[in-house]
Design a protein. Structure first.
Length: 121
């Protein structure tokens, strides 16, 4: 039994998913979060509730959303970097295996015995 870890990563699939997520992230902005809050503020008129909600919207809704978006972007960047390292390591192993095969001495063609005859090798 081997302790080796085997990976079977669909590189094209992962990179495709990353492109989709990056596109979606590019489409999201703080304005998308702030716009509904603005609508609520407009409906509240001038009141103490307006002041409290504005503070909540700016500090919690927008602030948490910005922090979450940053974490998501960092995660996507981390997966992208990991994929680059995986592909690089895979290419390195493939190149090393090719060099090892090329370095092997050539062996003569194998002769197969014909029925009723023995062939010395």
């Amino acid at each position: 039994m081997s302790d080796a870890i085997e990976y079977d990563i669909d590189v094209a699939g992962v990179r495709g998913t990353l492109r989709v997520v990056q596109g979606q992230l590019a489409d999201i902005s703080v304005a998308d979060i702030r716009a509904p809050a603005n609508a609520v503020e407009n409906s509240l008129g001038a009141s103490k509730t307006l002041s409290a909600f504005t503070r909540y919207a700016d500090e919690v809704l927008v602030g948490d959303s910005e922090a979450t978006m940053t974490r998501i972007r960092n995660a996507v960047g981390g997966v992208d970097a990991a994929m680059a390292e995986y592909v690089s390591a895979d290419n390195t192993m493939t190149d090393q295996a090719r060099r090892a095969v090329v370095g092997l001495p050539m062996r003569g063609a194998v002769q197969h015995a014909k029925p009723g005859r023995l062939v010395a090798q």
